[in-house]
Design a protein around this ligand. Structure first.
Ligand code: RB5
Length: 143
């Protein structure tokens, strides 16, 4: 399992923690930047993460900006990406169970570190339910 991580400056600190957390779980991480708190443009990083997942360079992705909003919008512009911005454990569970989110978005300035790690773990450890949800994700993937 390899996970691509990417952030802008607003998500840098949380992205670094997510990276450590994933590596502690024995997951290989592909870090697409950014690599400091210098101001950068989140669309570049959201797109890079989406493309890494769709090209098969990574199995899944985690993107982080200040709120998670901008970078999730960017990731979702890549055809086939189902990026869910999660602010609770319940949302993380449903993002996988119902939406089979292949990219998770987090807000570095809006979600506490400990909660963010619980969100990551829940998203990783939850299975996609399939069935009627498969039909819906199929419709999304055609867009
Ligand atoms: C950057 O200041 C901030 O706008 C960005 O991190 C993000 O929150 C955008 O959605």
């Amino acid at each position: 399992m390899k996970i691509a991580v990417a952030s802008d400056h607003g998500g840098f600190a949380l992205k670094e923690e997510v990276k450590k957390h994933l590596m502690e779980r024995g997951i290989e991480v592909l870090d697409l930047g950014t690599h400091s708190e210098d101001s950068v443009d989140y669309p570049i990083y959201g797109k890079a993460c989406g493309e890494a997942v769709m090209s098969g360079k990574a199995d899944l992705g985690v993107v982080v900006c200040g709120t998670g909003i901008g970078i999730s919008i960017a990731a979702n512009k890549v055809k086939g990406i189902r990026c869910g911005l999660c602010t609770s454990v319940e949302m993380a569970r449903l993002a996988k169970q119902h939406n089979n989110a292949n990219v998770l978005a987090l807000g570095g300035r809006t979600t506490e570190m400990d909660l963010a790690m619980e969100i990551v773990d829940t998203w990783l450890d939850t299975e996609f339910e399939g069935g009627r949800h498969q039909r819906r994700t199929g419709l999304l993937d055609q867009m």
